[in-house]
Design a protein around this ligand. Structure first.
Ligand code: 5GP
Length: 345
């Protein structure tokens, strides 16, 4: 008989932060920088732990140049060639400590990743990304990469439950990507019925990871700066953004004029658009699990960064956290039935 778990799982939209008495005078006093030492690589990270997703529209070199200037991180998508990587590394060596190189679990992907890491020793982070992090094959793959790259910090995912977070950490990963189905251009939940509300996934996975001295990334589902704050409040060490970074100058793709409005295309990495671009179409045995949307052109990503960091600092002052590090300890979420007044929306 199928089992039904009765306790309610929550999304960002289901909660708000309860404000707390605070001695902070101004949001400018809030320190958003964090320092982590990773469990398996033993390497140290220092920065503002917000990252651009490894989607080919937002995980670009152009994005990395701007994000790293603000101490943010970019997971570079896996479709750049070795030559493009070499050029980027030569022109922007200062960015390399704030980027990861990505790979799927296929042989060709991994060979390309290895050649990039050999050519550019300053890259310290690897992101091993598959749609479904639950397969035994993926766990074996993580073990192999750990054996080949003992000193690199390995991100791996995606999963949404504590036991799989633990398994991937024990297999050698340092930072686990958490999120199945919350993404802005993801259709996994409607195509498969599989998923986990993101706030609860983060709370539960962070607990499992931290118990082993591992770390997690909350990946997907943030639609506004408040959601980024909620992900950190729930215990995420890093928060990864796709849609919120889409539509900017630093994103891949042309600005298109449509009915007098400027737009840019943004699409899921397993959408028809992405699969046509990279593998010549959607394979017959699988359905596309991503969609393509037109995003209003938003100009320079600097403005969006300021908006996100300003919101996050303000959250910290409302709950009395002088540092981002203290936010989850100072977090009490209240369940709500409404997020904001909709009268003008
Ligand atoms: P967003 O910040 O846009 O809500 O979510 C970004 C995340 O959505 C990505 O980092 C990735 O984990 C996920 N994602 C990207 N493309 C696809 C896709 O085509 N299908 C699914 N299921 N998830 C995707």
């Amino acid at each position: 008989m199928p089992r039904v778990e009765e306790d309610i799982k929550l999304d960002f939209k289901d909660v708000l932060f309860r404000p707390k008495r605070s001695s902070l005078k101004s949001r400018s006093e809030v320190d958003l920088k964090r320092t982590f030492t990773f469990r398996n690589s033993k390497q140290t990270y220092s920065g503002i732990p917000i990252m651009a997703s490894n989607m080919d529209t937002v995980g670009t070199f152009e994005m990395a140049v701007v994000l790293s200037k603000h101490n943010l991180f970019t997971v570079i998508h896996k479709h750049y060639t070795l030559e493009e990587w070499k050029k980027f590394a030569a022109n922007h060596p200062e960015c390399l400590e704030h980027v990861a190189a990505s790979s799927g679990s296929g042989q060709a992907d991994f060979e390309k990743l290895t050649s990039i890491l050999e050519a550019i020793p300053l890259i310290k982070y690897i992101c091993l990304d598959v749609a479904n992090g639950y397969s035994e094959h993926f766990v074996e793959f993580v073990k192999n990469v750990r054996a080949r790259c003992p000193n690199h910090t390995i991100m791996a995912g995606n999963v949404v439950t504590g036991e799989m977070v633990e398994e991937l950490i024990l297999a050698g990963a340092d930072i686990i990507k958490v999120g199945i189905g919350p993404g802005s251009v993801c259709t996994t939940r409607s195509k498969t019925g599989v998923g986990y509300p993101q706030l609860s996934a983060v709370i539960e996975c962070a607990d499992s990871a931290h118990g082993l001295k591992g770390h997690i990334i909350s990946d997907g589902g943030c639609g506004c700066p408040g959601d980024v704050a909620k992900a950190f409040g729930a215990g995420a060490d890093f928060v990864m953004l796709g849609g919120m970074f889409a539509g900017h100058d630093q994103c891949a793709g042309e600005i298109i004029e449509k009915n007098g409005e400027k737009i840019k295309l943004f699409y899921g990495m397993s959408s028809d658009t992405a699969m046509k671009k990279y593998v010549g179409g959607v394979a017959e045995y699988r359905a596309s699990e991503g969609r393509t949307v037109e995003v209003p052109y938003k100009g320079d990503v600097e403005n969006t960064i300021r908006d996100i960091l300003g919101g996050l600092r303000s959250t910290c002052t409302y709950v009395g956290a002088a540092k981002l590090k203290e936010l989850s300890r100072r977090t009490t979420f209240i369940r709500v039935t409404q997020q904001h007044n909709q009268i003008f929306s």
